[in-house]
Structure formats: structure tokens, C-alpha cells
Design a protein around this ligand. Structure first.
Ligand code: CO8
Length: 288
């Protein structure tokens, strides 16, 4: 009995958010601003839907805290191989909550590191796919850009309109947008507040695919399932290597890639992948 108690204590310490994982998939609403489910035939895609329709999914502090909680749960869940974040057909997210920000002072923002926790999406080790319909503006566009892959519905609109509110993007908009679409278009969007549509976003490299409005979420889940079939361990390494391209010089990035590539040879899954190819059979990865 003592041994069982010890095991339970160890498990609780190792996976502190496991009870939350269970609750979020049960019928009880443990989230106020988002819907959280598992999707895909093997239930291996984590699904987060922003759910503040009256405010066009404006990103209030509570909503971002809930997204972070859901991400923590999916990150800790060994069954989940990819995560999809979406909004509604009208709005992915219309930006940070302007009503919540309206009366904030510089001292509160700076002193309290206002919205510092917004970064969590970009630190998840599992791949995150944004399925964007409707408005992705300000913080909404930044949220999409923190994801690894962006799929857009035909009527999606992307923009950084903060300049029209007398402020500037504050969650990576000036940095990630510029890297994605280049200086001229990023400057135009950030300085005028003008939006681009889905097709323009695709041509500029901000999104990888455009689908009919009612197909984009399913396509994002299908992409998540495809990723989740691969070794989760190796997928994380591949994601880390690609992200190195945004942080490092070419030689440092190539060195990181080579080290990660070498590291795959320490895994069961690399051996399994190559053996399965040679034996002309399907792979059976175990994420080790
Ligand atoms: N914040 C709060 N409420 C919002 C927001 C928002 N960003 N966007 C829309 N809403 C609310 C509206 O106030 C309205 O509520 P109500 O009915 O109570 O008045 C409801 O949503 C519906 O909006 P509209 O009536 O305006 O709907 P329309 O279809 O006419 O227009 C638009 C849709 C074009 C999307 C319009 O709502 C709009 O321009 N919204 C604001 C877009 C914007 O400026 N976004 C940027 C916000 S600033 C930001 O994101 C900074 C991020 C910095 C992060 C910093 C991290 C450290």
C-alpha cells in the first residue's frame, strides 16, 4: 500500500496537470472562453477552439490563460501528437481585448509585464496548427503566427491594425510578420493597419494553404493526424531544427540541425523507420 501511495505521489509530482487533462475532456465545462477536445480517428490531435463569439474572440487575459492551460495539458499528454487552434467562421481572433487594455497605464504594463504569458504558444514542443477563418487581427494575427503552420479559410483576413489604436504590435507582430512576408508588406500592414486576404497571405508566405471556409478546420486536423502518425520524439526534433532558422545564423542553424540529425541515431524510432523501409512494411514508432 505504501508503495502504491508513493507511486501516486510521484505521478502527481511528475504530471501536475493530469487531473485537468481528464476534466477538460469530460462533459463539465472547466473552461470559460475556449472549447477543448481531442480530434482525429485516433484521438491524437489536441483541439482548442476560441469561444468568445460576442467579442469576436478578442483575447482577454482569461482566454490566454486558458489557452496556456490547455496547451500544458496537451504537451504533457503522450497520446497527443499535434494541436490545432481555431476560432469561429467570423473570427479567428479580433485581437487583444481593447476594452481590457483601454485604461491600463505604462506603469502597470511595464511593472506587471503585461501579457508576458502570451508567448506560451510559441514554446510548445508539439506542432501547433492555426486554422484561421475570418478576422485574424492584431494579437489574433500574432497568435496565428506563433503557431507552426497556418491554414486559412477563403474569407480570412490578416492584419496588424494596432497603429489605428495609437499603439504597435506587442506579441511578435513586427518580428514574425516581417520574417514571414518580408519588409515591404510587413511595413505596409503595420504602418497603415491595412489587412490582407487569404490569397494575398498565401502568396506572401504567411499561410501555407487556403481552403473553403467549411473545410479549413478539417484540413488542419487531417494535417495534425498526419504529423501525429510520425514519431513524436523525432517530430519535436524536426520542429526545433526548423525553428532554429528563425533564431540562428546559417552556420549555427546547420550545426544545430546536424546535432539533432545525429541524435536521431540514438533513438528506437530512427532504427524502426529505416528497418521498416528496408523490410517493406509500415512503421511502428514508439516515441522513444
Ligand atoms: N477587443 C475587444 N472587443 C472587441 C474587439 C477587440 N479587439 N474586436 C471586436 N470586439 C467586440 C466589439 O467591441 C463588439 O462588441 P459590442 O457588441 O459589445 O460593441 C463586438 O466585438 C463585435 O464587433 P464589431 O461590432 O466591431 O463587429 P464588426 O463586424 O463591425 O467589425 C472588426 C469587426 C473589423 C474586427 C472590428 O470589431 C474591429 O476592428 N475590431 C478591433 C480590431 C483590432 O483593432 N485589433 C487589434 C487589437 S490591439 C492588439 O491586438 C494588440 C496586441 C498586443 C499584444 C501584446 C502582448 C504583450
Amino acid at each position: 500500500m505504501a508503495a502504491v501511495c508513493r507511486m501516486l505521489r510521484l505521478a502527481a509530482a511528475r504530471y501536475p496537470c493530469r487531473p485537468g487533462v481528464f476534466r477538460q475532456f469530460s462533459a463539465g465545462p472547466s473552461f470559460q472562453y475556449i472549447l477543448v477536445e481531442r480530434k482525429g480517428q485516433s484521438q491524437n490531435v489536441g483541439f482548442i477552439q476560441l469561444n468568445r463569439p460576442k467579442a469576436l474572440n478578442a483575447l482577454c487575459d482569461g482566454l490566454m490563460t486558458e489557452i496556456n492551460r490547455a496547451l500544458d495539458s496537451f504537451e504533457a499528454d503522450p497520446q497527443i501528437g499535434a494541436i490545432v487552434i481555431t476560432g469561429s467562421e467570423k473570427a479567428f481572433a479580433a485581437g487583444a481585448d481593447i476594452k481590457e487594455m483601454q485604461n491600463r497605464t505604462f506603469q502597470e504594463c511595464y511593472g506587471g509585464s503585461f501579457l508576458a504569458h502570451w508567448n506560451r504558444v510559441s514554446t510548445v514542443r508539439k506542432p501547433v496548427i492555426a486554422a484561421v477563418n475570418g478576422y485574424a487581427l492584431g494579437g489574433g494575427c500574432e497568435l496565428a503566427m506563433m503557431c507552426d503552420i497556418i491554414y486559412a479559410g477563403e474569407k480570412a483576413q490578416f492584419g496588424q491594425p494596432e497603429i489605428l489604436l495609437g499603439t504597435i504590435p506587442g506579441a511578435g507582430g513586427t518580428q514574425r510578420l516581417t520574417r514571414a512576408v518580408g519588409k515591404s508588406l510587413a511595413m505596409e500592414m503595420v504602418l497603415t493597419g491595412d489587412r490582407i486576404n487569404a490569397q494575398e497571405a498565401k502568396e506572401a508566405g504567411l499561410v501555407s494553404r487556403v481552403y473553403p471556409v467549411d473545410k479549413v478546420v478539417d484540413e488542419a486536423i487531417t494535417c495534425g493526424e498526419k504529423i501525429a502518425q510520425n514519431s513524436k520524439l523525432i517530430v519535436s526534433m524536426a520542429k526545433e531544427a526548423v525553428n532554429g532558422a528563425f533564431e540562428l545564423s546559417l552556420s549555427e542553424g546547420n550545426r544545430l540541425e546536424k546535432r539533432l540529425f545525429h541524435s536521431t541515431f540514438a533513438t528506437d524510432d530512427r532504427k524502426e523507420g529505416m528497418t521498416a523501409f528496408v523490410e517493406k512494411r509500415k512503421t511502428n514508432f514508439n516515441d522513444h
